[in-house]
Design a protein around this ligand. Structure first.
Ligand code: SAJ
Length: 448
């Protein structure tokens, strides 16, 4: 049975069955979190590989925080299946945590949300008032626009067969301090009673603040603008990283000075902005603003700065090779790190890709070393280096991802094996003075 006036009590006592559709870097930790909190859980994923791995207690996500916390085979209250139809009739609440990527032309792709929602609505028991909650990042209006037509077409009635709500995921892959059980949550729902009940449910998952914020669109908008704000702030320092070197000033010196002010929020310039959140979510806001006829000019401009950062860096690197006397067409670059973020094995939207493409378009060959990734994670045309201590013959090393494994290497040894010992710190995390002492010619993003 889904929603009843006793829902909040059932939530408080763990007497609810919670379904999670999509066992990725958000869904799987969520399923584990609710199971650990004492609920019966049904986890669903369309990937047989994912389901088989989870059933074996293995981690199918790239997030190391999920290692070793997956319930062992046969654990009670823990049900994993590829079938939504099998799981949903057991569930009082169903959380949908499926991808919401952007398409090639940078438009939001809501097909996963639509398909997952339809599969859930087709599977629930009539009259059960099952509560279905979307957690994926979407722009304001998507939950209603995408799911209400499906509900109507199937002949279900809100308030009788089903309730819908929105509770944005806010997880930070690779950051155990901000896992499912440590992040504040907001809940949007047209029915305040259902919203209050969900506050009770999510309060069993996380130790942080959980609040009902009103209608769906308020919660949808809050998540998108969290990441839009981050993209804009990063774009600011990336734009400054293009300006200050031309003025003979190191942007990091300027940011360090500005950061002495109590309300200056510091961000770090880099080779670009990757991941499935920050470079993606602003396009939702841009799309929605266009739909309502109010252009999102600042958001669009910030996206352009961050999206072109790898191209800008490639131009700087090409110039460096030219000044080092490397003949055109003979340049060899070694990227240190490929993943979009430090200590995470995830190549999605990584700036390393456009950086490499821009270098290769200038007849510069590209090699990459990233111990967090497998060889299959790299695109064709990239020479994958698996042992950094045997890397040799490159003209330029570029720190692209601030993995510890890319920062703490035998720099003196690598310098002797380089054809030209030139290093470009693309994340401003290296000790350039120390590298100079180890024989490197040093450069960095935002540095003259
Ligand atoms: N980046 C910079 N400069 C910065 C910060 C980040 O260039 O100052 C780059 C990173 O290198 C990376 C990209 O931006 O390529 C995204 O980095 P991120 O730290 O924002 O990491 P994400 O993409 O995993 O963002 C997640 C988001 N969490 C959710 O959407 C729930 C984001 O909202 C969090 O703020 C972020 O983690 C976090 O706090 O680290």
């Amino acid at each position: 049975m889904g929603w009843t006036p006793d829902f909040a009590n059932q939530a408080a006592n763990g007497d609810l069955t919670v379904g999670i559709i999509g066992l990725g870097y958000v869904g799987l930790p969520t399923a584990i979190g609710f199971h650990d909190a004492g609920f019966t859980v049904w986890g669903v994923d369309i990937s047989q590989r994912t389901v088989d791995m989870v059933k074996r207690g293995e981690n199918p996500t790239g997030d190391p925080d999920v290692n070793d916390i997956i319930p062992a085979p046969g654990t009670e209250r823990w049900n994993i299946t590829t079938s939504t139809a099998e799981a949903v009739p057991h569930c009082d609440v169903v959380l949908v945590t499926v991808p919401t990527p952007v398409t090639e032309d940078l438009k939001p792709d809501l097909s996963y949300v639509q398909k997952a929602g339809r599969a859930v609505f087709e599977s629930l028991n009539k009259g059960s008032r099952t509560v279905v909650v979307l957690e994926s990042t979407v722009y304001p209006g998507v939950t209603a626009q995408t799911w209400l037509p499906e509900i109507e077409e199937i002949g279900l009635e809100i308030g009788v067969d089903v309730e819908i709500a929105y509770c944005p995921e806010r997880f930070n892959p690779g950051d155990p301090a901000h896992g499912v059980r440590q992040v504040a949550r907001v809940i949007g729902c047209y029915n305040p009673e259902v919203g209050a009940g969900l506050v009770g449910l999510y309060s069993r998952l996380t130790t942080e603040d959980v609040r009902y914020v009103g209608k769906l669109e308020v919660a949808e908008a809050s998540k998108v603008i969290e990441n839009v704000q981050r993209d804009i702030n990063i774009a600011l320092v990336n734009e400054l990283a293009r300006i200050f070197p031309v003025m003979g000033v190191d942007v990091e010196d300027v940011l360090s000075a500005a950061a002495t002010k109590w309300n200056f929020h510091r961000y770090t310039p880099g080779v670009g902005v990757g991941g499935h959140c920050i470079p993606v979510d602003p396009y939702y806001m841009i799309q929605r603003a266009a739909d309502v006829g109010v252009p999102a000019e600042l958001i669009t401009a910030a996206r352009a700065v961050n999206r072109t950062m790898p191209i800008h860096v490639a131009g700087v690197l090409n110039e460096m090779l030219y000044k080092a006397g490397v003949p055109s067409g003979e340049g060899k670059v070694l990227l240190l790190g490929w993943s979009y973020k430090a200590e995470v094995g995830d190549p999605r939207e990584t700036p390393a890709e456009p950086l490499s493409e821009a270098l290769q378009s200038k007849d510069i060959s590209v090699a990459a070393y990233d111990p967090h990734l497998d060889a299959r994670d790299f695109p064709e045309g990239i020479e994958v280096v698996t042992d950094i201590d045997s890397a040799k013959g490159y003209d330029l090393a570029v720190l692209v991802t601030a993995h510890e494994a890319c920062k703490v290497i035998d720099w003196a040894g690598l310098a002797t094996r380089m054809r030209n010992p030139i290093i470009y710190d693309g994340r401003r995390v290296l000790d350039l003075d120390d590298l100079e002492e180890n024989g490197w010619q040093t450069h960095a993003v935002g540095r003259p």
